[in-house]
Design a protein around this ligand. Sequence first.
Ligand SMILES: Cc1cc2nc3c(=O)[nH]c(=O)nc-3n(C[C@H](O)[C@H](O)[C@H](O)COP(=O)(O)O)c2cc1C
Length: 183
Amino acid sequence: MKVVGFVGSPRKGGNTDRLVEEILAGARDAEHQAEKLYLCDYDLTPIDPVYGEDTNWTDSRQDVADQLIDRMVAADAVVLGTPVYWFSVSGLLKLFIDRWSLYQRGDERLRDLMPGKKLVVALALADANDNYIEDVLAPLRYAAKWLKMPWAGEVVATGVSDPGEVEQRPDLLANARALGQSL
Ligand SMILES: Cc1cc2nc3c(=O)[nH]c(=O)nc-3n(C[C@H](O)[C@H](O)[C@H](O)COP(=O)(O)O)c2cc1C
């Protein structure tokens, strides 16, 4: 089985990165192939409108997202990692998810090949209070449902702010590893 992890934080080596890495390490423990991609390495731009446009819709920048979508489609499980920014997912992750809108144009990769792939989510946030986490997860849960991707679980690191602070939370890292092993 192949697992691909997308890091939606611009901070390499940060908390999100570490959580995604630990999930992927767990997947490797279970003899799966795992790769990690940093969304910040790709020049993702806001998508041109897809809805209601003529059949010749093109967006010259879709090719950047297509490289990532192709990697996602080639995998059996997808890990999306994001810091919480303003009570939501990062803009970087949202730019990527918006690019999945080719689904609306019948893109076979998204329409036919995504169903059945597992989705795992990793969240990092500074707030120790987690009473809005479900609101952050909600759009990801809806997206998973839309693409018919079974939700395989989430790891939520509350109270982490400085880069690598999650390192001081062995319980969370153990949960992340176990989640990866369960894929
Ligand atoms: C633009 C921005 C917005 C943020 N908004 C929130 C927030 O709404 N709630 C919160 O708890 N932390 C917020 N944070 C803190 C980050 O979620 C936290 O530092 C996290 O550990 C960063 O993950 P990273 O190390 O992977 O970048 C914000 C940080 C930034 C830079």
